[in-house]
Design a protein around this ligand. Structure first.
Ligand SMILES: Nc1ncnc2c1ncn2[C@@H]1O[C@H](COP(=O)(O)OP(=O)(O)OP(=O)(O)O)[C@@H](O)[C@H]1O
Ligand SMILES: [Mg+2]
Ligand SMILES: [Zn+2]
Length: 307
């Protein structure tokens, strides 16, 4: 049975996506034409767009814009509504890994923008995500990542901690207690999925049109341990970056001022997500070996949470 390259649900026929999933990503039931291949993407990124890209990050990526009739996705230097992250020779199956991990985040109610997998003209695979910092009329919502908010230099993005992120929200969020609870859920999930790359630039604060400052929808969620076997957390929690126990998560919840009852509920929700997560792993586009490894990580971390 084939899986939808957006939601990982079952497909009845030969198509690659559910029509309603394409609709949720592009606002039209027909998948737009993406007339670009991997080599021209890299060439574009290296030439015309060098220095003009409005998005940073270590991985090669391109901004895409949807034509007014929604039939074509075009590479653009500025202001695109989508970000495309193509496969890379450096790390195996990164688009498939990110698509699955972002899909898993929804199991524990982490807000994520619409995203999916796409095939380039030459058959290469890429991950595409809709920007959360642009409204449909093109208005840009003010967004700052936690590296900027903590007044650190870009090269110090790994020089953070979970506690620094909590303090950042305490200082800037309109409703700190609500946002810190969302942050706790995101950090817990990132650990559970063995994400060793959640540095300060992978958390952002967004100011919505009603002037509410809150944690942005999640992005860049990847199980890095599948490609870096000895990876551990990018930012420590309580001074530690590995071997977490339920007790340590409860201690971090206390730092977050999350009441014990709510903390236990958040941890239970993560534990209860295991069954559905394993189904999604099986339906994903990772290799059988990576599926098996991902399953092993989630089983082990769930057992640690059960205490
Ligand atoms: N959906 C989105 N909407 C708006 N901005 C986004 C979105 N996804 C990512 N960004 C911005 O683009 C930057 C780079 O994206 P992302 O973190 O996915 O790339 P990366 O190259 O994998 O990053 P890293 O350097 O962490 O490996 C992010 O730090 C964030 O500021
Ligand atoms: Mg990033
Ligand atoms: Zn679908």
């Amino acid at each position: 049975m084939k899986s939808c390259s957006i939601c990982l649900g079952k497909l009845a026929g030969e198509e690659k996506y559910h029509a309603q999933c394409i609709e949720s990503l592009f606002g039209t039931p027909t998948f737009p034409i993406l007339d670009v291949d991997l080599s021209s993407l890299y060439r574009l990124a290296a030439t015309n767009m060098a220095g003009k890209m409005s998005i940073s990050g270590t991985q090669e990526k391109a901004c895409l814009t949807l034509s007014p009739d929604k039939s074509i996705l075009e590479v653009t230097a500025n202001g695109g509504r989508y970000i495309l992250k193509p496969e890379t020779s450096r790390y195996s199956s990164l688009p498939q890994n990110e698509q699955l991990t972002m899909r898993l985040a929804r199991l524990v109610s982490i807000e994520v923008p619409p995203f999916g997998l796409v095939q380039l003209k030459d058959g290469a695979t890429a991950y595409i995500i809709k920007r959360f910092d642009r409204l449909d009329d093109g208005t840009k919502l003010p967004t700052e990542d936690f590296c900027q908010l903590a007044e650190k230099r870009l090269r110090d993005k790994y020089d953070g901690s979970a506690e620094l992120c909590v303090r950042t929200l305490r200082k800037y969020a309109t409703e700190p207690l609500i946002e810190i609870q969302k942050l706790f859920r995101l950090i817990l999930f990132s650990w559970w999925t063995e994400n060793g790359d959640m540095h300060l630039k992978n958390f952002s604060l967004i100011t919505k049109s009603d002037d509410i400052c809150c944690l942005s929808p999640a992005y860049d969620l990847v199980c890095t341990k599948l490609v870096i076997p000895d990876d551990h957390l990018a930012m420590p929690i309580g001074g530690r970056d590995r071997k977490f126990t339920r007790r340590m998560w409860l201690d971090f919840a206390e730092y977050c001022q999350i009441p014990p009852k709510a903390a236990n509920r958040l941890i239970s929700e993560q534990i209860e997500a295991l069954g559905s997560a394993l189904t999604l792993i099986l339906a994903s586009f990772l290799s059988d070996l990576m599926k098996e490894q991902y399953e092993g990580f989630l089983r082990e971390n769930t057992a640690a949470l059960e205490g």
